[in-house]
Ligand binder design. Structure first.
Ligand code: ARG
Length: 458
């Protein structure tokens, strides 16, 4: 007999039983489900809907069930549909009549919304911690490489010299915004839906504020229909997770490029690389590639959840059961990726001479020469054209700027003087970009301090 079987005369088809059951994946919510039920029972006793003795029996029973689940002594029943019914059934089997009162003034619709919110309230800080761990590695590496010059790119073509510290701190900023998005999401998760019942609350005199206090929620939901129908907090988390993955995938891609022989900027530790079953010489950046690849599945969950919610009429619909696998898999994926990415980056060796060598090639200092001419009074557009001519000349002669004589410089513009040689060193180019947010070691030092302060506050 189903817990809801009163109005039914025939049993559920075996196929339907399996099809609509969520216990295989929502058992993951057992702790939150039990915590929610304990708070609910306390409230029911406090307002006199159950006796204090019944309240105590329920709470004790639930705590025992939790211990048994944790000890692996509970086998969940697919026929009992989901974690909510499974636990309620176990409770009634164990404590008898009092167990049947637990669901007073409650529906699985507000219960599942509560469980999911409790779950995210625990998990978001975990993701934040892992993300902060990666940010710490970025900051430590940046401190170490304040003066490591590397080429900066646009269109993956050498553009202007930067420092490795500056490049890495760009990712710090991206992950900082991800942290802020998680904070924002957590704020909206922190709303207590219980009391919404199936959709329209209850006629019984419950105390929603007490339940919110018991469970550590900041506030209670303002509309019972919204409380059971809304999953935008799940979408929000999936969006924040997608952006984390997007940022991770970009860093992953750079690590993959940099560890190629063609770049040779980085060597990954053996512990975070893999080999080939056929080609004995191979050392592959599989971890970074997998992180890049797994980004797709997190995006998929975001799109999937948006599609589930599109056009869904109020209030609860069983479609909403699809929220959990998406959320759980996205959470596992983001956490798993951060867990392995952080030590992979921390143990990587940066080949600073190779970076410098490449920064010195390809006329990465051309803009600096143009700005030299600007300082001598030439309009920028004219300076740009002069330096363009110089680059062409060098390409034709197979020379770099360093190889040019002063006479050659001056044949392109009378503004060039001896001091042009100081302006084309990589150090001058980097140090000269001393604006706030720029790559000069002094500016990056400021950025580092900002980053450290932010990290301390996470
Ligand atoms: N397993 C359901 C879910 O995950 C719980 C709520 C079910 N409510 C209902 N009336 N069928 O959404």
């Amino acid at each position: 007999m189903k817990l809801w079987g009163g109005r039914f005369t025939r049993t559920t088809d075996r196929l339907v039983e399996d099809f609509h059951s969520s216990i295989s994946f929502d058992q993951r919510l057992y702790r939150q489900d039990i915590a929610g039920s304990i708070a609910h029972a306390r409230m029911l006793a406090a307002v006199g809907l159950i006796t204090p003795a019944e309240g105590e029996a329920i709470i004790k029973g639930l705590e025992e069930i939790r211990a048994d689940i944790e000890a692996g002594r509970v086998t969940f029943d697919v026929g009992a549909e989901d974690i909510h019914i499974n636990i309620e059934k176990l409770l009634t089997e164990r404590i008898g009549a009092a167990g049947k009162k637990l669901h007073t003034a409650r529906s699985r619709n507000d219960q599942v919304a509560l469980d999911l919110r409790l779950y995210l309230k625990e998990e978001i800080p975990e993701v934040k911690k892992l993300l902060a761990g990666l940010q710490k590695v970025l900051v430590d590496l940046a401190a170490e490489h304040l003066h490591t010059i590397m080429p900066g790119y646009t269109h993956l073509q050498k553009a202007q010299p930067v420092t490795l510290a500056h490049h890495l701190l760009a990712y710090f900023e991206m992950f900082y915004r991800d942290q802020e998005r998680l904070d924002g999401c957590l704020e909206r998760v922190d709303v207590m839906p219980l009391g919404a019942g199936a959709l329209a609350g209850t006629t019984l005199p419950i105390d929603r504020e007490m339940v919110a206090r018991e469970l550590g929620f900041k506030e209670i939901s303002a509309n019972s229909l919204d409380a059971v129908a809304d999953r935008d907090f799940v979408v929000e988390f999936l969006a924040a997770a997608s952006l984390i993955m997007m940022h991770l995938s970009r860093l992953a891609e750079e690590i993959i490029l940099w560890s190629s022989e063609e770049f040779g900027f980085i060597e990954l530790d053996d512990a975070y690389s893999t080999g080939s079953s056929m080609m004995p010489q191979k050392k592959n950046p599989d971890v970074a590639e997998l992180v890049r690849g797994k980004t797709g599945r997190v995006y998929g969950h975001l799109m999937g959840m948006l599609a589930v919610l599109k056009g869904l009429p109020l209030a609860y619909n069983k479609d909403l059961q699809e929220d959990k696998e998406a959320l759980f898999d996205a959470l596992d994926t983001v956490k798993g990726c951060l867990m392995v990415f952080t030590p992979m980056l921390a143990t990587a060796k940066f080949r600073v001479e190779r970076m410098r060598e490449e920064a010195a090639r390809g006329f990465a200092t051309a803009t600096d020469v143009a700005e030299y001419l600007v300082r001598k009074g030439l309009p920028f557009r004219e300076a740009h054209a002069v330096v363009g001519g110089l680059v062409l000349h060098c390409l034709e002669q197979g020379k770099s700027f360093q190889d040019l004589t002063l006479a050659e410089w001056q044949s392109f513009s009378p503004h060039f003087a001896e001091d042009v040689f100081d302006c084309i060193t990589l150090e001058a180019c980097v140090q000269g970009r001393d604006l706030p947010g720029g790559p000069s070691p002094a500016a990056v030092q400021q950025a580092l301090e900002r980053a450290r302060k932010i990290l301390a506050g996470i």
